[in-house]
Design a protein around this ligand. Structure first.
Ligand code: ATP
Ligand code: MG
Length: 593
């Protein structure tokens, strides 16, 4: 196949689009791959659409290879199944809703668990029908609050989603492993650096859950990895190693002390060191227990406060907290909320009033480090006063444990900790490219997908759900592979194999370039041929760098000596090649031989 630039529907731009925040957005628009239609909504132009379809083809091959079968659902979906799973409500403002002429509610599908579950229920009824894996490559709609970064986070985007159906958890694990293997092959072929991290399953429920993240400076996601073992996890999914309980038989009784003007951890620690110095060492923020209150907004719009107790040297990470309380959303605990809870004394809130059965009645969840026997300084629920020597398990307890404290570089690695080694964590940014997880029976139960087992008993089917961001991959590849001049496509997804640039006005040059184009095309390569006679060589070279096809062949001045220049876009290496053998040479470069 050959595309000729003289007629190709393409206009490259010299200027960056004003709204472009990240390189992939800037370059994909400038190089003429996509055009913005509305915020977070993009049209694909010929070159961009070719890349998108190449990625689809890779994903399709690897899904077919594990025996998953391709289907295609509508994007326009009825409300009822999403009502049955409660996601019509849970998704809140994140879905596009609409009504037909009769006033019936519809939505534009954000993901399709409900529809797949219902389809399988419709046609299957026995354990003999299972296992089954179905997938589709489809346009999804989510009304993202901050559509930014171009097609990295769109409101309309292309996703591959697959779903596995099994009779038991053991059988499910096979489907999960098969998908995991397929994803490794897919992401290896897409040609960018990635990591597999342990993840939370979010609104979906279930337990086994891993994400494939492209490692990228501009990634919106933060993950942590161990500096000495292979542990890697999404920040939301990091589990704090739980310390041993501490014996407290000899601990002194708790005592409240006056600590005027100490509403912050810093002022408190300063005051303690001045007025109540310790013998062994100075007081530190980690000796205090900080109690943070937030309001949870539930899917049915009801609100309830929750208190989180964390060591005072840490903050509550709202992303981590959010993942724990999903599907509820978090709102700040504002002045009106304080006014409605008079037992809470701002800056001096302590376990004395928190927890079910205490004055405020507010549910109180503690960081896992607050194990029995640990000793804390915390609010005495009176302005200007704190309690010292308050012992967990003796003087106070929570209504539960929550992983909501921030994770820091240098924190102990949970996997190393379990193995008795001392590895520590570091953080790095990434882009979520794929997600595989165990749905369990949530959707099968909600929509009553049951089959008869070997003994003729009805059992609920267990499911897995697996996504790949296809359109996001186009941008993630560019994030991973570009320079100041433009995009550098990995071979497997490049819109063409070779970019031939003919320069000057000499008819012989264009004849030679056209012949080379024909030869390469006949050899089965895809060629982008810059045959524009009225465009200067400088502009053509700039366009070639910007568009980013991995091999560039310049047919120009050298032709009088019988040579063309073959250039590697990634390394910048150039070689003069005899025009007679140029076609064979280029085929060899492209095929890697
Ligand atoms: P994120 O945390 O980035 O919002 P998600 O966890 O909501 O993503 P999933 O529901 O797991 O996403 O969707 C599967 C895949 O679809 C993701 O791994 C990602 O690659 C892609 N994806 C999700 N949202 C978008 C979006 N707004 N634009 C482009 N791709 C997306
Ligand atoms: Mg996800």
């Amino acid at each position: 196949m050959a595309l000729r630039m003289s007629s190709l529907f393409l206009r490259t731009l010299r200027e960056d689009p004003v709204d472009a925040e990240v390189p992939s957005h800037r370059l994909l628009v400038r190089a003429g791959y996509v055009r913005r239609a509305a915020p977070g909504i993009y049209s694909w132009l010929p070159l961009g659409y070719r890349v998108l379809r190449k990625i689809e083809a890779i994903v399709r091959q690897e899904m077919d290879a594990i025996g998953a079968q391709e289907v295609h659902f509508p994007a326009l979906l009825p409300r009822e199944p999403y009502e049955a799973s409660n996601r019509w409500t849970e998704y809140g403002d994140s879905i596009f809703r609409l009504q037909d002429r009769k006033g019936a509610d519809y939505l534009l599908g954000p993901t399709h668990e409900e529809m797949f579950t219902l389809l399988v229920k419709d046609l299957y009824s026995s354990y003999k029908d299972l296992p089954l894996s179905l997938y589709q490559i489809q346009t999804k709609y989510r009304d993202e609050p901050r559509p930014r970064a171009g097609i990295l986070r769109g409101r309309e985007f292309v996703m591959k989603d697959s779903y596995s159906f099994d009779i038991s958890d053991e059988a499910f694990l096979k489907a999960y492993d098969a998908h995991r293997g397929a994803y490794i092959k897919i992401f290896d072929r897409l040609g960018f650096a990635y990591v597999i991290v342990a993840a939370m399953s979010g609104a979906m429920g279930g337990s086994a859950s891993e994400e494939f993240l492209a490692t990228a400076e501009n990634g919106e996601d933060t993950y942590v990895r161990c500096t000495s073992c292979d542990y890697a996890a999404n920040v939301e999914a990091v589990r704090v190693p739980v310390p041993e309980r501490v014996p407290y038989d000899d601990a002194p009784a708790a005592h409240a002390e006056e600590t005027p003007d100490t509403p912050t951890i810093q002022t408190l620690v300063g005051y303690l060191n001045e007025k109540y110095p310790r013998d062994d060492r100075a007081w530190a923020a980690g000796d205090t227990l900080k109690n943070v209150i937030v309001t949870l907004v539930h899917p049915d719009a009801t609100r309830s406060p929750v208190a989180v107790g964390v060591p005072g040297d840490r903050d509550v990470d709202l992303k981590r907290l959010g993942a724990q309380v999903e599907p509820a959303e978090i709102e700040a605990f504002d002045e009106a909320a304080f006014a409605a809870n008079p037992s809470l004394v701002k800056g001096y809130i302590g376990p004395g009033v928190l927890g079910e059965g205490n004055a405020s009645g507010i549910r109180y969840l503690l960081d896992p480090r607050v194990v029995d026997g640990t000793r804390w300084v915390t609010g005495a629920d009176r302005t200007g006063s704190h309690v010292l020597d308050l012992v967990a398990g003796r003087d106070f307890g929570g209504d539960g444990v929550i992983e909501a404290a921030d994770v820091r570089e240098g924190d102990p690695c949970p996997q190393c900790d379990e193995a008795g080694r001392g590895g520590t964590l570091e953080t790095a940014p990434g882009i979520e490219m794929g997600h595989i997880f165990q749905l369990g029976r949530r959707f099968a139960e909600a929509l009553d997908l049951r089959v008869l087992d070997e003994n003729g008993k009805l059992v609920t089917v267990t499911m897995g759900s697996y996504g790949v961001g296809i359109s996001r991959a186009v941008a993630a590849i560019v994030e991973n592979s570009h320079d100041d001049l433009g995009i550098i496509w990995p071979r497997e997804v490049s819109p063409a194999d070779v970019h031939i640039v003919a320069t000057g006005k000499d008819a012989a040059v264009y004849e030679a370039a056209a012949r080379l184009t024909d030869q390469l095309e006949a050899a089965g390569l895809d060629v982008l041929y810059d045959d524009r006679v009225k465009v200067s060589p400088g502009v053509k070279f700039k366009d070639a760098e910007l568009i980013g096809i991995p091999t560039i062949v310049v047919v120009g001045k050298g032709l009088v000596d019988g040579v063309v220049e073959v250039k590697d876009r990634a390394t910048g290496e150039r070689a003069d090649v005899d025009i007679e053998t140029a076609a064979d040479h280029v085929v060899g470069v492209v095929r890697g031989s």
